[in-house]
Design a protein around this ligand. Structure first.
Ligand SMILES: CCCCCCCCCC/C=C\CCC/C=C/C(=O)SCCNC(=O)CCNC(=O)[C@H](O)C(C)(C)COP(=O)(O)OP(=O)(O)OC[C@H]1O[C@@H](n2cnc3c(N)ncnc32)[C@H](O)[C@@H]1OP(=O)(O)O
Ligand SMILES: Cc1cc2nc3c(=O)[nH]c(=O)nc-3n(C[C@H](O)[C@H](O)[C@H](O)COP(=O)(O)OP(=O)(O)OC[C@H]3O[C@@H](n4cnc5c(N)ncnc54)[C@H](O)[C@@H]3O)c2cc1C
Length: 558
């Protein structure tokens, strides 16, 4: 859970080689990387810039006389900063640097760079490398810094699957300007399942503990109740169970789309890139944010013991919440999706609705109302409505500002809160739709029934959560919202008997969860006492600090 020094080798270094190195280059490097003869990381972010990649300061200048690239970090803010596994473990890195050929700045490109000697592991001359120090979490990963002092690498270390620099310095452009960003798109495509997994771990702990913990009464005179029987506890946990499933289903789809993209790009077809970039930008943002919220609720649902490290939920939170920042800060990524949504609105306004992709086609179709009692399809129409409403509102605001003479960037900034709202609603619609489709495809009728209950819980919870948008233009009435609330409470109670099975079905072992509260056998109290007794402070009855500090203080006559 705390991460692994080789995580980025598998998650980004190898995938960057697969996607961006030519077949010829990969004959040399890929097998060695897969056999872990060399260990690598993905070094892009710098001390001064992470989000705005066009302003990366590390340069790779082509020297035609030696057919080498000269890597250089001209000032302190140009140091690579943050890459996982860079500090101590990696001897190679995929380094993203602004490429300069014949004095032309050609933007960020990826290079394979050796950092350390393969035998001694000592850093090579011209390289400054080290660890950036302790973090909120993930402390088993050596996130690092890296500087280059006119460090030379062969021309052939530019990853050349999609773009090339010939020996004479001729530049061959890639088929899509952002194709070098594929390693990021890959991780973003995997993040919904990864985050769903973090959320699932926290929920397994909280739900199991909530059936062990008894506190208070629902009906007087009875035995104290399991806290999971309180409606508030169910409301705190069950919608997140639904989300953990929903994120996993959505993630399966984006992983499949990424694999499809890789194949298509190899045949020169880059048409899926913009769609997948927009989709994964929104999805990573919504999923990481909601996962962090869900994990924190799971911790609070465990009361005081949730705050103890024995719950292990704080560690899960620390790791998961990193996802709000890495692979693109969430606001920045929501704004990337917003660009796509605004373009779609512009297309509709230009009478080109027919050209819209399937995920945004709904933006052109107005619905007057819904009959929620007819079922989930009507909820989907309601989600479409609120997303369409907000997307148009935010887009119109931006376009109006543009028309009034504001510069594009200024108009964008003045509309950006509204734009991020639109992106979230669009993404939540996508999550609900994939959840619905995935449940429909389940063959086992008993499994389908339980998952359908979760789906119903999800759509009611979500619609209530975004109710202000739906009330704003009178699309939903307050009596319809009462219906949604009643449905929500109905499904909380219906799910209660299956709650433990739903979390157990994720099959986390006790070793994986590392939680005293979430133990499969439920022996929480004995093990909490044993855990406390094993605390380093309890190794001796009297601590040395008693003689050193407490006694002088207590005996002081002052
Ligand atoms: C098993 C697999 C994995 C499991 C994963 C689960 C996690 C497990 C735990 C692992 C542990 C830790 C992992 C941590 C790893 C972390 C790694 C990193 O953080 S790496 C660094 C990530 N950095 C970023 O994400 C930076 C964010 N910034 C950007 O991406 C860009 O700067 C951007 C997009 C904000 C702007 O780019 P740029 O300035 O170049 O763009 P322009 O403004 O010039 O143009 C925008 C234009 O380009 C389109 N665009 C942008 N990006 C893409 C893309 N990737 N694909 C396609 N198109 C793209 C954009 O849509 C605009 O188009 P337009 O038509 O003009 O609107
Ligand atoms: C755990 C972890 C692991 C990481 N691993 C790696 C790795 O392996 N390799 C690697 O290269 N990097 C890695 N990173 C770095 C990470 O990718 C960046 O930190 C991330 O992309 C955010 O960039 P930033 O730090 O520049 O944030 P900033 O952009 O400085 O963000 C600060 C604030 O400014 C806002 N902001 C910035 N730009 C805009 C804008 N255009 N519009 C509106 N608001 C804006 C943001 O929303 C945010 O609120 C890692 C980071 C973490 C935390």
């Amino acid at each position: 859970m705390e991460g692994h020094p080789l995580a980025l080798h598998d998650v980004m270094f190898i995938p960057a080689l697969v996607a961006q190195a030519s077949d010829e280059q990969n004959k040399k490097w890929l097998r060695r990387a897969q056999r872990r003869e060399i260990v690598g990381c993905y070094a892009q972010t710098e001390l001064g810039h992470g989000s705005n990649l066009r302003k990366l300061e590390t340069t790779a200048t082509y020297d035609v006389s030696t057919q080498e690239f000269v890597l250089h970090t001209p000032q302190i803010t140009s140091l690579k900063w943050w890459p996982g596994g860079l500090g101590k473990s990696s001897n190679y890195a995929v380094v993203v640097a602004n490429m300069i050929v014949k004095e032309k700045h050609l933007g960020p490109h990826s290079f394979l760079v050796q950092l350390r000697d393969e035998i001694t592991h000592q850093s090579l001359k011209g390289i400054t490398v080290g660890d950036i120090g302790p973090k909120l979490s993930f402390n088993a990963i050596d996130n690092g810094f890296l500087g280059f002092d006119n460090y030379r690498i062969p021309r052939t270390n530019l990853l050349m699957r999609h773009s090339r620099v010939e020996p004479d310095g001729t530049y061959v452009k890639p088929p899509h300007a952002k194709i070098n960003y594929s390693a990021m798109v890959r991780v973003r495509s995997h993040m919904a399942t990864g985050q769903g997994n973090f959320l699932a771990q926290a929920l397994t702990i909280a739900v199991r503990y909530s059936t062990v913990r008894r506190q208070g009464f629902i009906e007087s005179g009875e035995q104290e109740v399991k806290v999971l029987d309180y409606q508030t506890q169910q409301h705190r946990l069950f919608p997140s169970i639904a989300k953990a499933y929903a994120f996993t289903f959505a993630g399966y789809e984006t992983i499949r789309l990424y694999e499809q993209l890789l194949k298509e790009v190899d045949t020169g077809n880059v048409s899926l890139m913009a769609d997948l970039h927009a989709l994964t930008s929104g999805l990573k943002s919504v999923v990481t944010h909601q996962t962090a919220q869900g994990i924190e609720q799971a911790r609070m649902a465990c009361g005081g013991h949730g705050y103890s490290q024995a719950s292990y939920i704080s560690e899960i939170f620390g790791v998961a919440v990193g996802g709000c920042t890495y692979e693109g800060e969430n606001m920045v990524m929501l704004l990337q999706l917003a660009r796509y949504l605004v373009k779609s609105v512009e297309q509709i306004k230009a009478g080109e609705s027919g050209k819209l992709g399937p995920l945004v086609a709904y933006l052109a179709v107005k619905v007057d109302g819904v009959d929620l009692e007819k079922g989930v399809e009507e909820y989907m129409k309601a989600f479409q409505h609120v997303s369409r409403l907000q997307t148009w509102k935010a887009s119109e605001k931006f376009l109006k500002l543009l028309k009034s003479g504001e510069k594009r960037e200024v108009a964008w900034n003045k509309s950006s809160v509204e734009l991020t709202r639109a992106s979230r609603l669009h993404t939540r619609l996508y999550i609900a739709e994939t959840f619905k489709r995935s449940v429909q495809e389940v063959a086992d009728p008993r499994l389908k029934e339980v998952l359908t209950d979760l789906l119903h819980l999800h759509v009611n919870y979500e619609l209530l959560d975004m109710a202000t948008y739906a009330l704003e233009d009178g699309f939903l009435s307050s009596s319809q919202l009462d219906y949604v609330r009643d449905q929500l409470y109905f499904y909380l109670a219906k799910i209660r008997p299956n709650a433990v099975s739903l979390v157990d079905s994720w099959e986390f072992s006790d070793m994986q969860l590392r939680s005293v509260l979430g133990r499969r056998d439920g022996n929480v109290y004995e093990n909490l006492v044993a855990w406390a007794k094993a605390s380093p402070l309890n190794k001796t009855d009297v601590l040395p600090s008693v003689e050193k500090y407490l006694k002088p203080m207590m005996n002081s006559k002052l």
